[in-house]
Structure formats: C-alpha cells, structure tokens
Design a protein around this ligand. Structure first.
Ligand code: NAD
Length: 909
C-alpha cells in the first residue's frame, strides 16, 4: 500500500483584517467591500515561500525519522531563487540526508498537486520509499485589488511512503490544458489576470468537474463512494456551485477564505490537511488541484490516522494567529511601500558563498556540536569542548538544535537597529539540555518577551541582499504559541491558602480556583445551617476537598468554628502542619440572622458578630503571625454592601461587616513592612445567604465565579494594593472608599466655634466636593491641623507663593550641614511633607557626611511629618519647631530625642 504517511500545515501567524484594506483603500476601489470579510494570512517581513516550506515540513515530520526521507519535492510559484535549487535549501534546513533526490515544481497553481502525484508515482517505481512533498506560496498582489483580498500566504506538506499509510492512494486522473485565467510573465512581479468570469465560467466550473468525473469514471466509482471533496476556488459562490454540479454539495471541504485566503499552489494541499484533521478511518477523499488543467486523486483514510489525530497540524497552524488591522504594515512587509530605513540600512549584506557552503549545516540546519567525551552540547560546534572541566579537543559530533525546546535567557528591544518591524528584538536563548546562542526574535511583541519564556527555533530570512538578488536565511527564536499567556497567568504554585466557610457558595468557588492555579488549600467549613445553628457537618468541606484532589490539586478539610479563638488557632495549625505555612487567608465564613432592629435579640446580634467579626479576628491573628515571620502574606476580608451602604433588617450583619473594614484599615498599616497586603471584597453572588433576598431571575445570573477573579487578584503576589475595598459581582468591579470632605475651619485659636457657626457653615461642612481619601489616621489629623491661612483658603504650595520650595530646601541641606557637629552621629531623618509642594525626602548623616535623597528610607531613625507651608516656615524661622510639635503641626515618629539633633546639624539660616 502506498499513500500519505504524515502531513503538516503552516499558516503565518499574522492575519490581516480584510476590512482594514477596505478602510484604507475603499475610497479608491469601493467594490472590494464585497470580499472584505474575515482575515487573510500574511507573511511576517522575514517569511517567504522557502521559510514557510521549512515550517510546514517540520510540522509534517514531527515524530518521523527524517533520515528515512529519500526525496524532497518543493512546489511553489513564488520561490526566491530562479536558479539555485530551492528544495535543496529546504532539505538542508531540515537536515535531510544529502544522498536524496530534490526537485522544484513550479509555474502553475497545480504545482502542489503535481508534486504530490509525481511523488506517489515515483513510489510505485520502488526506488524511493519515503518522499517529502511541500508546497508554499506567497503571491504578490497590487494594492486594493480583489486578489489582495482573496489571496493569503501558507504552506502544506505531505510525506508519502509505503509504511504506516494514513490515507491510501487509490488512483489519479490528470487533465493538462493550457487554460490561462491569469499568468505571470518571467521576471514579472504581479499576475496579469483576465476577466473573472472567464476564469469562473470556462476555468473552474468546467475543468474541475471534468477532472473529478474523469477520476470517478477511471476508478469505476460514483460520488456515493466519496465522503469529502477538496478543490480550490477562491470565488466562494462558484466553489459551492461546482460542488452541486458534481453531486457533492454536502461533501465539499471549505475553501478557507475566512481562515487565511487562497494560498496559491499550496492551497489544495492545505485544504486536504484541514480535511485530514477531521477524517476518520474509512473516509474516502478526492483531492484536486487546478491550473492549466486539473489533476484529481482519490484517497482512502486508514486506521493509522488515529496515530496522528492528536497533532491536528492544520488546526494548530490556524490557532496560532495574531490579527492585525495595520494595512501599512502589510504594504511595508511586502515591499509595496518603502519606508526610509536610514543610512544604517545601507550596510553591505553580501554573503560569502564559500562560508555558506562550508558552514551550511550550522547556518541552514542549526547544527552545533556535542562533546563525545563529556556530553556537553554547544553552539557553534568548535575544536575544543566548552566545558572547562573537559576541554577535550576534536571531540564534537553533530548536534541538531532546531527541534530542541529553548527559553529566553536575556533579551533587548533595540529601536536603533535596522528593522522592518521595530524594535529589533534579540537576546540569548538557552536550550534544554545545554547550549545557548544569541538569536533574533520573531513573531512576537516586546511586551510578551520575558526571561524564561519558552521559545522554538524557526527558519527565517536573516537579511536580503537586494543588490545581488540574494536572500540570507538563518534560525530565529519565536515564542511557543500560548506560552506568553501561560507565563502571564496568575499562579499560586507553592503557596498555601486558607479559605474559611469554603464548604459552599463563594468560599467553595475561591478554594477551587486557588487550587486550580496551584495553591494548596485548607478548606474550612463548620457545615452549619444558614443562621449558624446546628452541630455542623464535615460533609461540605470534605466534598470540596474531594473535588480539588480529583482534579489533581492539593487540599485538606478543616471543620473548626471560626467564632472561637481555638477554632481560629486550629485552622492555621492545620495549614502549617499539613502544608508548612500560610500565604493567603480569605475570611469568608458567614451567617445571617436578619431581624428589624427592635426585634434584634442579643443572641442574634452576638451570633452574627461572633462569626463575621470575631471569626476574622480569630483566624487572622495566628495567620498574621506566620505571615509576619516569613515576610509575606495576602489577607482578604469579606464585607458587604449591607455594611458599606446599609440594608433594612441587617443591623447586626451591617455592623459586623463594616467592622471588618476597620480591622483591615489598621491591619494594612501593621502588615505593610512585612509585605502583608490586606484588602476587602464586597461580593454579590448567588448563594444560600442571598437566595431569598434576590429576585429569582437575577439570582440565576450571579454565579460566585464572577466574584472569584477579584478575590484571586487581591490574593496574588503581584497585587501590592493594601487597605482597599472592592465591590465584585456579575462581572462588575469597582472600588469603594471612605472619603473626607474639605470641610470648614470655624472659631479662632482661643474661641471655640458655636453651634450657630456650624449651622451657618453646614453646607460647606457637608459638601463632599474635592473630598479625599486618607491613608491613615495621621494623614487625617494632619489635614485637620493645617488650616489654611485666614482669608487664603486655597491650596497653593509655598513655592507658588514666591517662597523657597520644599525641594530647594532639601537641595540646600548638604551646604547647611555642619560636619563638626556630626562627629559620631549616625542617623537617618525621614521627612514626609504633605501638601502640593510636598513629598518624601531622606537625610542620612553618617561618619561626618550628609546624604539627601528623595523617597523613603529603609530604616529611618525618626520620621517627621509636616505640611509644606509649615516646613518652609519652620526652616525660615517663622515657626518655632517646638511650637510646631506641641501644636501638632509637626509630628515625629520613632526616636524623638534624635530629632532634636537637626537644629545642631544644619544651619539653614
Ligand atoms: P454561604 O452560606 O454559601 O457560605 C458561608 C459558609 O460559611 C457556609 O458554608 C457555612 O457553613 C460557613 N460557616 C458559617 N459559620 C461558620 C463558622 N462559624 N465557622 C466556619 N464556617 C462557617 O454564603 P456566601 O454567600 O457564599 O457568603 C460568603 C461570604 O460572603 C459571607 O461572609 C457573606 O457575608 C459574604 N457576602 C456574600 C454576599 C452574597 O451576595 N453572596 C454578599 C455580601 C457578602
């Protein structure tokens, strides 16, 4: 039996939105709107028919023994060399054996099927057992024509042979007619096309049916013996009509207009690849190519197709896509407009044929060396082993790098280097198992490149020597499709999370999601009734654990009651004893006991506060201790809109939920220097707590999964936000905050204001215009203690008022420094200056020297907080430091005694 033994496909990653062509050129050619749907594939600037042929062949040869290939046929009408065998370049790049037959098939759109048929017929001769047939095309079209819309770039590859046949070749019928729907004269860049109806009516619709019917007749079969029919025709309506004409309306394979457009002589083979991706044993397929006649072949799919099913080469090629709307990029990449590349682009790129031939395996095949003595791989191959412990000489055997997985070790984006797609990205690539080299990166954006990103090597144009008509090829690194997204994923590997009340509702959703992204989870749940009553049940927590473990995750159940200190201790103990630590705590457990206020009996009040407020305290305290010790933690409190905004019948619940905001407000301050971030989520989700308070139709739409993303983000390492409250539900997220209004200063220093003063000024006091959030109590106090000067209620910085700016004062500090007074003094003063001219400065005094820097110091001796205006006044002698301190204008944290040295160390006036 002979036939197809493997197949591969390649579609360039870039897909141009056809509507972008119309948007740019519709003014000129309005009719192209008729075919402006979907995307067309387009080569990157460094791709051509040859590079695509290598990629399609690699796709086809996956898992196959390349050394068994004994012929390579390359079909294309857009080969880079008119006289240098292009198939020879592909074969060298693939590291095929040198003693094989290579040949180029060209000059017709049916070159692809011609090459395939020639290979199948060559097998019959018996001299060759395994032939690689690859077709690739990157046709040039003039801007704003229909053909620019219809065409795409791509390649497909078939290995044919006599063992492990996945589609048996049953026979062929060929028609050779000098029908010219279009032609491209030798040395012409673009096709000359005759009227479309000529191609449609006399070409496609007559010649394809004639060949297919000829095949059926020759093999003595009917269309009933056929399951799928593959033939190209970029005019979609005509493609369908032909199918009807030959009685195969429900068997015709899609012409891929929306996927990539027509890929020249590769197209019937690419469509065949798409059909084989879906094929089952026993399927019978007709494949026909069209162009100066038509050749039709009949295949029957065998059981062996099951062995290659998982690879789905066509689907894989189709899925690796980046859709762009940048038509100018398309024009530049295809040399249809020539941007000014600058004088650097004028550097000579002549290739020394001597070096290219002698180093062909290294340059075209990416072959390095591996030391036979110590096994160290290296690129390039050299006379001496690179391993310093080995240094063996002449010990290197060939080592092929192209298929070895690699990762980015270093990278740079260079805007100065010459590139048709700036920035030019390049860097060091590290291969699995050893060996590295500096590579250009392609098919990527700078933003997605990261150290450690998995890359694969791809065969690309390195440079084009336009003066001599030579193209230089080499290997580049391209991100493995999907790897950048995978790396950017929020993960919790090696982290331990506690979720309280995780037996159901939101807690369960958090636990499942955390485990799914790598966390080991303590699933706590008492298993009580909605109002917290009952003895509890182990079942809900255990069920969630079972679900996590069944999905391959790590979890342990805990049934403690969060409402008791022992319960809290035990939950944290479970985490530490089972998984070694605690990184994440989600305080989620909750109950409801709603009653209007007068009916709110103490037991209902206390029970709700016990679970929500005391519960969070009981678990957080021991967890915080672990987190503080290790210098990392993420804590999430759960508040509620009832607490933030109020809700009838929920005084107990609202009080408890708002109390958690207070707990988080202070805990964020205590946790900050230990990298413990404390945030609060106000969820809205369907659960048993809300099932009877929500209308049923809305209830349906509120899955906990719509809250989960916010909770997970707030618990991840990248989240450096702390002390914030976020509403989350139904996919809607926003931040809630406590705002403080600008207010009014009433009374004088000696006379307190009267209630009448408040009454008169109430609208100003009540006005929230320009209200702001306070980072902490000190910030709020600072604001209260710095009334604007009488009659000047504006917020101008001292600098705006013509005085010295705060920054200028710090700039002068080194001059004002007295080294004599600083003998033996070792201090760091941190200044935190509020107001429009303010900021943070650190003044370090050590060994008789003074260093002033902006920003926060690591370990300040003391921190001085003061408003910008008061600071300037104090320095210029208008405000006595002691008065500033006692009046509260100046706040000092840390070693207050050391702050008194400031006056001695600096003589500012
Ligand atoms: P839920 O009833 O489905 O989940 C709460 C879980 O906490 C239950 O499994 C329960 O067994 C457990 N639990 C109760 N008391 C416990 C205790 N003492 N110790 C350990 N576990 C205990 O409710 P849910 O809607 O998923 O609520 C989760 C959290 O979100 C609660 O804090 C709730 O107040 C809050 N919340 C929910 C919504 C919402 O729309 N669902 C709105 C605002 C706030």
């Amino acid at each position: 039996m002979i036939g197809i033994t493997s197949y591969g496909a390649y579609i360039p990653r870039l897909r141009l939105n056809r509507s972008s062509i119309y948007q740019a050129m519709g003014w000129f050619a309005p009719a192209i709107v008729m075919v402006a749907q979907g995307t067309r594939s387009m080569c990157n600037w460094d791709e051509d028919a040859l590079t695509m042929s290598v990629e399609a062949s690699r796709s086809c040869l996956q898992g196959m023994d390349r050394k068994k290939v004994d012929a390579m046929f390359l079909a294309s009408t857009t080969l880079p060399f008119a006289d240098r065998q292009n198939a020879g370049v592909t074969a060298t790049a693939l590291n095929l054996r040198p003693d094989i037959l290579t040949s180029d098939h060209t000059a017709s759109q049916k070159a692809g099927t011609n090459a395939l048929l020639s290979a199948l017929e060559a097998l019959k001769g018996g001299d060759r057992n395994s032939i690689l047939v690859t077709a690739a095309d990157r046709r040039e079209t003039r801007p704003a024509g229909f053909y620019e819309m219809w065409f795409g770039d791509g390649a497909a590859s078939f290995l044919v042979g006599d063992t492990n046949v996945i589609a048996e070749f049953k026979g062929a019928y060929t028609l050779s007619l000098d029908f010219v729907g279009h032609y491209r004269g030798a040395r012409q860049r673009f096709d000359y096309t005759w009227e479309e109806r000529w191609l449609r009516d006399e070409g496609y619709s007559k010649i394809i049916p004639e060949a297919i019917n000829g095949l059926l007749g020759k093999l003595n079969i009917t269309m009933d013996d056929v399951d799928k029919v593959v033939y190209p025709c970029f005019i979609k309506a005509e493609h369908k009509k032909i199918a009807q004409k030959i009685g195969a309306a429900d068997k015709v394979v899609d012409n891929l207009h929306e996927v990539c457009g027509e890929t020249g002589c590769a197209h019937p083979l690419l469509m065949m690849a798409s059909a084989l991706d879906e094929a089952n044993p026993g399927d019978r397929i007709i494949l026909a190519g069209f162009g100066q006649g038509c050749n039709a072949m009949y295949f029957e799919v065998t059981e062996a197709i099951e062995n290659v099913k998982g690879r789905a080469p066509f689907k894989t090629a189709e899925a690796n896509r980046e859709v762009i709307d940048n038509y100018s990029k398309f024009l530049v990449f295809r040399d249809l407009i020539t941007p000014d590349m600058g004088i650097r682009a004028e550097a000579e790129t002549q290739t020394a044929m001597t070096v290219l031939y002698r180093r062909r395996h290294m340059i075209l095949g990416l072959v390095g060396g591996k030391c036979k003595a110590c096994g160290t791989p290296q690129f390039p191959k050299s006379q001496v082993c690179v391993n310093p412990d080995c240094l063996a000489k002449h010990s290197q055997e060939d080592y092929e790098y192209a298929e070895i997985p690699a990762r980015v070790k270093t990278f740079t984006g260079d805007l100065l280097a010459v590139s048709l797609d700036p920035p030019h990205i390049y860097g060091m690539v590290q291969f699995e198992g050893g060996g590295r080299f500096m590579a250009d990166f392609t098919d990527c954006k700078l933003e997605e490149i990261k150290v450690g990103l998995p890359v694969r090597m791809v065969f690309r144009k390195k440079a084009q020597d336009k003066n001599r008509g030579f193209v230089n090829y080499f290997w580049k690194a391209a991100p493995v499709p999907g790897a950048a997204d995978e790396m950017a994923k929020i993960r919790f590997d090696d982290q331990v999370a506690i979720v309280t009340g995780a037996g159901g509702g939101l807690g369960k959703a958090y636990a499942l999601a955390l485990a799914n992204r790598g966390a080991a989870v303590v699933v706590n749940d008492l298993g009580a009734a909605r109002d917290g009553s009952g003895d509890g049940s182990a079942t809900p927590a255990q069920q969630v654990v079972d679900e996590i473990v069944a999905a391959g995750g790590r979890a342990v159940a805990n049934y403690d009651n969060v409402a008791t200190p022992e319960g809290g201790e035990n939950i944290v103990k479970t985490a530490v004893e089972t998984f070694g630590t605690v990184d994440i705590l989600i305080n989620n457990a909750g109950i409801l006991r709603d009653k209007s206020f007068v009916k709110m009996a103490p037991e209902n009040w206390n029970a709700v506060l016990a679970v929500h407020l005391n519960g969070a305290y009981n678990v957080t305290r021991p967890a915080f201790a672990v987190m503080r010790e290790k210098g990392y933690g993420r804590i999430l409190m759960t508040t509620s809109a009832a607490g933030l905004y109020g809700n009838f019948g929920q005084t107990n619940y609202s009080a408890a939920k708002m109390a958690l905001v207070g707990l988080a407000n202070t805990l964020k301050i205590e946790g900050k220097k230990y990298n413990i971030m404390v945030n609060t989520v106000a969820p809205l989700a369907a659960s048993r707590l809300t099932e009877d308070v929500m209308p049923p139709d809305i209830f349906e739409k509120m899955k906990p999964e719509f809250v989960v993303p916010m909770a997970l983000y707030l618990c991840c390492e990248d989240c450096e936000e702390s002390g914030q409250i976020f509403n989350a539900g139904m996919g809607y997220f926003n931040r809630a905050a406590i705002l403080t209004g600008k207010g009014a200063w009433l009374g004088t220093e000696s006379d307190p204001p009267t209630p009448e003063d408040v009454s008169r000024n109430f609208s100003t006091i009540n006005d929230m215009t320009g209200g702001k959030e306070m980072a902490d109590l000190n910030a709020a106090m600072m604001d209260m203690m710095t009334p604007p000067e009488a009659g000047k209620k504006d917020e101008k910085s001292p600098e705006d008022k013509g005085g010295l700016s705060v920054a200028e004062i710090f700039g002068k500090m080194p001059e004002a420094f007295d080294p004599e007074a600083a003998k033996g003094v070792n201090v760091v003063f941190q200044y935190s200056i509020s107001g429009p001219g303010g900021g943070d400065w650190a003044v370090s005094v050590a060994d008789g020297t003074c260093d002033v820097t902006t920003g926060a110091a690591d370990k300040p001796t003391c921190t001085l907080k003061i408003a910008d205006k008061d600071f300037v006044d104090m320095i210029s002698g208008k405000l006595d430091p002691m008065t500033a301190y006692t009046s509260g204008k100046l706040k000092i944290e840390g070693d207050i005694m050391k702050s008194q040295l400031i006056g001695k160390l600096f003589k500012m006036r």
